[in-house]
Design a protein around this ligand. Sequence first.
Ligand code: UD1
Length: 342
Amino acid sequence: MNRILVTGGTGYIGSHTVVELQNSGYEVVIVDNLSNSSTDVLDGIASITGKKPAFEKVDCRDKQALADVFKKYPDVKAIIHFAASKAVGESVEKPLLYYGNNLGSVLNILELMGEQNVGNLVFSSSCTVYGQPDILPVTEDAPVKPATSPYGNTKQIAEEIIRDAVYADNRLKCIALRYFNPVGAHPSAAIGELPNGVPNNLIPFVTQTAIGIRECLRVFGDDYDTPDGSAIRDYIWVVDLAKAHVIAVERLLGNKNRKGVEFFNLGTGKGLSVLEILNVFEKTAGVKVNRKIVARREGDVEKVWADPAFANKELGWKAETSTEEMLATAWAWEKALAAKRK
Ligand code: UD1
């Protein structure tokens, strides 16, 4: 049996990936410390797939506890490592927490892969490694720019650690997926993005404002060098993103001779401004989003969108879901949460 160990599997992208893995016939064991998620997510996954994944409440910084998971599940063939702290602003205030969490876990996982002889790793990286790219759309060959936050730095350093570890031990191989901006939820509205407290990211803030939890969305900057002055990102549906992980796992398991680390951009190739996203959301959801323009947010880049051609060709994967469809799932999820609160 092929079992996949998914760290951070009760989190946002992790939970959607577990659904796609189970739907593709994989057994899963989730490792999560529940610092930013809850075991309710397991029920959400079970309601979609008909199967509750195995779950171990373990912090990836605890190597002994992680080693015990490997012992308990000797059929683990690959690891997808999502578990990480991801709030850019918080990382500036608590850099040591971010370096400790995000890099400590990578070190433990790589060490255990060597010790337990599990050679396959899919790593959650980010387009943040490109900073503000000189050329758009950005390809995987674009230079890695100095990070603008400790969070971004952890992704860059983690990529380097993985590169060195894989070079030194030819039993290891890795696919690092550089996500652009994942949004939306599963079409069932049984799982979705569930930020703790005030959301940092755009879409949960938009849906929470639309439903009345937040008073007003702040648009960070309208003086960028973009057609409408607001910043541009490449928003990708979380389910499309999740599916790429299954393909990455299959690529690792399917070719025993594959070596080294491969990097892939996971984006749509289309950039949308904050104001454009707001317009699409308002049309799709049929609600107005109270907003005001405020100053730029520190550390934000002006514009970034992917050249996904390499992933399209090599992985045979494409993110084709329209902006309307992805935002509709985000809205359905927010409404489902509201119904649960009643
Ligand atoms: C950033 C990182 C990404 C990281 C993610 C984690 C970059 C390019 N991207 O995404 O790698 O994984 O954080 O959280 O560094 N916005 C508003 N009002 C809001 C919230 C956001 O106007 O209340 C704007 C932002 O200024 C930005 C866009 O919406 O232009 C998207 O913001 P967000 O969802 O936070 O993602 P990024 O900052 O792009």
